[in-house]
Every structure is written in C-alpha cells, then in structure tokens.
Design a protein around this ligand. Structure first.
Ligand code: 6R9
Length: 632
C-alpha cells in the first residue's frame, strides 16, 4: 500500500492532519509495514532530555520489511542494479530474492563469529552491492552498523572504531574510482594498529590488489560466507533499538555519532522516498550519493528498498571515462528518478551540454538535489539540459540528524521555485527564530531554522554522549531542535535554505567542522595556531581557507603550505584538504582572545571593503597584513 500524495490540495490536507493529530497520522503510515507486535503508543517525547520514542514497544525487524515483505510479490524485481566504475566491466543485478539470500547468508556468517544484537560493526567499503548487503545483514541480526566513507583516512577511521568500540570491520581490498585504484584494506590495517576492539575483519575482493591478511582476524568475504545457509529468521528488535550510528561533523571537536533507531527511521525513510520522488511501482531510481553519507543510507538503501523500488548503485565518478557518464547510465537503465548533489551539477555544467547530447534522457520523470543550497544558475541548467524543461526538481533539505527529507517539493505536486526547498513534508513543524529564540511568524522573514515537534526519523542521541546531543541541538533554543541552518520564508510561505550559521563548512555537500580542520592543521609541528573559514567556491559550493601562524625556521612559505595541506589529507582525508593556506603573523582577535572569524571570512570572500565593526579588535594591524597577503 502506498501513502503517496497526488495533488497540492492533498498535500495541504495531509499536512493539516499531521499537525492536528500526529499520532493518528503516523500510525496510519506505520500500519502499512510488517510489525511482529504493534506499538502500544505512537509517540512519547520531550525535547528537554531530549527523550523521544516512536512506536513505543513495537517489535519488528527492518529487513523483514525490505526483504520478506516483498518476496512473494516482487521476488524477481531488481532490488539493486550495480554499475561499475569501468563502463566496459559488466554490471550486476540483484533481485529481491537474491538480495534476501545474500543478506541471510552474510548475517549467518556474522552470527557464527559471535556478532549479535547491540554489537557495533564498521563498514568501510566502496560502492559495491555487498556494502548494502553488509548494512542489511547487520540490521537483520540486530548489530549496529556504522558506515565510514571509504575516502576517510586511517586516523578518521580509527577514531570512529574507537568511539563506538566496533567488534568487526567490513571492508574491501581496494576501490576503483575513475582512473585510480585506491587502497582500502591497507587503510584499515593502519587504523587497527591504533585500536584494540576489532576482532574480525571481512574483506570483499574487488580490485584483486595485494593485501596483508592477519591470521585469525582477517577473512576473505567469499571464505567467510562459505557453507552458510541462505535463509534465516531475523532477530526481533524493539522500535527504539539502535539501527545505526553515522558520524558527522559539527562546529566543535571530533565528529559525533548520530544515532538512529529502528521503527521511526523505517517509517520515515520509506514515506519520504515515496512522496518526494513520487515513486511508482516499477520505476528505476538512481541516487548518486555514497553509502558513507546519510543520503546513501536513506535514499539508496533503506527508503527505496522498503518501497520495493529498484535502486541503482554506481561505483564510479561523474567524469569517468568522460563527463557524459551520468547520462550514459540514465540512458542505459532508463532511469526515472535521478538524485544528485549541486556540486556534481556544477562540475558537469563546466563541461557544457555536449556530453549530454549523445544520450536519451526521456525516461527521466523527476530530478533531485541534496547536500547544499543549489544556486539558481545550476538549478536552471539542470532543469533545462537534463530535465529538458519537463521534469520537476526536488530540492531536498535535510541532515544526517533528521534521518530523512524534511523540506522539499513533492515532485510534480508542489510548484517549483528555483533554489527553494519550498515546503515542509507532512509531520514536519518548522520554526524560524531570531537570535534570541523568538519565533518569527508570518511570511517574508529570515532567521535560524528550528523544528518544534518530533518526527519519526529524527536522531535519538549522539553515541556515548547524550549531553552533547542536548547541548548541540536542543539547548540553543528552548523546546526546539536547532538545525544550524539559516533560512528565509518568502512572501508565498516558501522556504529557501541559506546555509550554515555555525562553524560548519559545506564542501561539495560534505560537512566539515572548522575546529576539526584546525585540529588537523595544528598537528603539523611547525604550526602555532590556525583559523579556518569557508569561502564561496564555484564548483564545491564552499572551499576551505586556512590562516596559519607558523614557525618559519628552515621552511619556505611554499613548502609549509604544501605540508599543511598534506597533514590535513592524512589526518582527515582528501575532502578536508584546504584549498588555500595563508601564512600569517597573527590572527584577528578580540580583547577576550576570541578569533574574529567574521573578518577572516570577509577576507577569504574578497569582501575587503566591508569589514563591519572592528572596534573590539585587539590588533588592527594584523587585519591589514592579512588583507594585503590574501590568496586569490
Ligand atoms: C542530507 C545531508 C546537512 C547540511 C544541512 C545544510 C546542507 C543539505 C540541503 C542543504 C540547502 C539543501 N543541506 N541539503 N542546504 N539546500 N537541499 O546533506 O546531510 O551531510 O548531514 O548535511 O547540508 O546545511 O544542515 P548532511
């Protein structure tokens, strides 16, 4: 049964119902799933704790809703279509029936190794179907998966393994990405030298490159599953049992493990998938994200598969072997819904429309974007040249913490407005607040985006540190979840997301905390102090600009700059590497010693005549020097 909304008046009607009677609204949607035991109460909550429970005392396993529920009716339908990095290599198709057997087999093998309910399993894998199998196999036996993007460094991986005390790591020998072959297992080995918790490592053979296998700890995937049964009974979970942890960056300190639980996440990811993308049975859907991000969790794996959709998984990059690759894939599989990031659109836009021309894109019905604000120019390019002025665009605003899409048009239902995420989904109660926390009512207002009422997909805690969850999200504005984003509601009541208002930089749709990058820079022995800000970047949305005070003995500016970039790459990963490093003799600080990032942002942007109030500056000369030596 589908809970799809078909008309704009239908949307307003559903939205009103979700406001007036949230319990009844979500119970109706949740009733279309398979529960071993129905819940006693739909929602129990307070935002002070915070303490939020959905479908209280409901018992289920999410994979029964992905697999068993579809076997009789859709067993032969492709669940996952896999397109390899190299277009000349043959792709793979896993039907729902085959996926079921693969998940059962792998989960049986995990169980045989003593992994079970509540155990944490790190998945550090390239985009191969086995990565989705791994996630579902964990969920099937109640183990908690934590997928780490396979581009992160061994340090970043070790931090995450340590934080959640992972018992097992699932990985591959290597990874194909464009022209490159990337080491994966070797990174895991390095990470495991720094931690002791991991007992089992399973290695999927993808590139056949040489790897070191540690006796008694490391197993090849094919050996690991050999002889295991292809069926089993899923472990019964409570609605509020942890489903997964996903690490994300915030404005302070180390990345935090966002915790999502079973029942609410299941209901929310499927409901939002069907409605936003207006999925119809039989549609071929493709999301280009990596499973290392929340978008991959909710809209490659869980949402589409819960809906019985066919989800394409692509191993490669948009520009390999050429800038027409995305369109070649759309044409090859007759993709109906295509979901990507503004940074990818801008990168392809730079190649012009020629790479699109050889391909037929008439299967496309819906285009989506996610990850960062989309500028109007990129929106129009996408709409005109990819959608041929025929496909609605869903600009979907949401976060790792929200679990699923929160503000977005419903494709073809909600009128589009370029660069606007438009309207909240049913069940989502937004508030725009001023810096003092007063809600700004009415239209034509701008402020900070908060959410006033729980929704099923929301985070429950940050792993191992509930206080941090409270302080980060629920303490800034009393009684509300604070998103960290600025927003405008225009004269029509439509929402436009303006970007982060905290110290988070969004680089190509990836969240980076400025403090996290600074900590990495400060690891360099010659670095005394650093400050990092974002600046507008044509393709990436934002670039990283670092101001660094260094001890210059035995170094030139050039070699220090390169060393600093390299340090960040090693400590976090290539995505965090600063685009610009400026060596400075001091940083602009207030009398109380706070770095005035506002000034550094202005210089990085090149808005030098517009410094605002600098009266609290301790040493105005520092600013003059920084302006003079600014990197273009
Ligand atoms: C899903 C995802 C979340 C942050 C979020 C916001 C930005 C995401 C957006 C968007 C404008 C959109 N963001 N989607 N900004 N328009 N459609 O990206 O999760 O990686 O946690 O990032 O990304 O700033 O707060 P995550």
């Amino acid at each position: 049964m589908s809970d799809r909304i078909h008309t704009l008046s239908g949307y307003f009607h559903e939205y009103q119902k979700s406001l007036a009677e949230p319990d009844k609204f979500w119970a109706r949607i949740a009733d279309s799933f398979h529960w071993r035991k129905r819940w006693d109460k739909v929602l129990d909550w307070n935002f002070e704790g915070p303490d939020v429970k959905w479908f209280v005392n409901g018992k289920l396993n999410i994979t029964e809703n992905v697999l068993e529920r579809h076997l009789f009716t859709l067993g032969d339908r492709p669940a996952i279509i896999w397109e390899p990095n190299d277009p000349n290599e043959e792709g793979r198709v896993l039907t729902y029936q085959e996926l079921y057997h693969k998940v059962c087999k792998f989960s049986n093998a995990l169980k045989a190794k003593g992994i079970g309910k509540g155990d944490k399993v790190i998945i550090y894998m390239p985009m191969v179907p086995e990565a989705a199998v791994a996630m579902l196999a964990c969920a099937r036996i109640g183990a908690v998966h934590s997928v780490v993007f396979a581009g992160f460094s061994s340090n970043a991986l070790a931090d995450r393994i340590e934080d959640c005390q992972a018992k097992a790591v699932l990985t591959s020998d290597g990874n194909f990405r464009g022209k490159k072959k990337i080491e994966v297992k070797a990174v895991v080995d390095e990470a495991l030298e720094k931690t002791n918790d991991v007992e089992t490592v399973v290695v999927y053979q993808r590139t056949k490159q040489d790897v070191v296998m540690k006796e008694g700890r490391d197993y090849w995937w094919h050996d690991f599953i050999a002889g295991q049964a292809e069926t089993n009974t899923a472990t019964e979970m409570d609605s509020e049992d942890m489903l997964f942890i996903l690490y994300t960056s915030g404005s302070t300190g180390k990345p935090k493990g966002i915790v999502h639980t079973t029942g609410g996440y299941m209901v929310y990811s499927k409901y939002t998938f069907e409605n936003v993308f207006q999925y119809s049975p039989g549609d071929i859907y493709w999301c280009t994200a990596d499973i290392g991000w929340i978008t991959g969790h909710s809209y490659i794996v869980y949402g589409p598969l819960l809906a019985g959709a066919t989800s394409i998984m692509f191993e490669g990059v948009p520009t390999y072997p050429d800038a027409g690759r995305f369109w070649a894939i759309v044409d090859k599989y007759k993709v109906n819904q295509f979901y990507t990031a503004p940074t990818a659109i801008r990168a392809l836009e730079a190649h012009g429309t020629e790479p699109i021309e050889p391909y037929k894109l008439d299967s496309l019905k819906v285009l989506g974007t996610v990850g960062e604000p989309i500028n109007e120019e990129a929106w129009h390019w996408y709409h005109t040249h990819v959608g041929k002025n025929r496909c609605p665009i869903v600009d979907t605003w949401w976060q790792t913490e929200t679990g699923g899409i929160m503000v977005s048009p419903l494709a073809g239902v909600t009128p589009n407005k370029p660069a606007y995420a438009t309207l909240p989904l049913p069940g989502v109660q937004l508030a725009i607040v001023d810096p003092e926390g007063n809600e700004l009512t009415g239209n034509s207002v701008e402020g900070n985006l908060c959410i006033k009422f729980p929704w099923p997909g929301m985070l429950r805690t940050t792993y191992g540190d509930h206080e941090r969850c409270k302080q980060t999200y629920f303490a800034t504005y009393k009684g509300m979840y604070f998103t960290g984003d600025g927003v405008k509601r225009d004269h029509d009541g439509y929402y436009r997301i303006l970007g982060r208002v905290d110290d988070v930089i969004n680089v190509s749709g990836h969240r980076m905390g400025t403090a996290e990058v600074e900590n990495a820079i400060n690891e360099h022995p010659k670095v005394i102090e650093s400050a990092v800000v974002g600046y507008p970047h044509e393709v990436k949305g934002q670039g990283i600009y670092a101001y660094v005070i260094c001890d210059m003995t035995n170094r030139t500016v050039e070699n220090l700059t390169n060393e600093i970039k390299e340090t960040v790459r090693k400590i976090i990963g290539p995505i965090a590497k600063p685009d610009k490093v400026q060596i400075v003799s001091g940083l602009p600080k207030t009398r109380s010693g706070k770095i005035m990032r506002r000034i550094l942002r202005k210089v990085a942007e090149g808005a030098m005549d517009d410094m605002g109030d600098t009266s609290t500056l301790l040493d105005p000369e520092v600013v003059e020097e920084i302006k003079k030596n600014r990197i273009n």
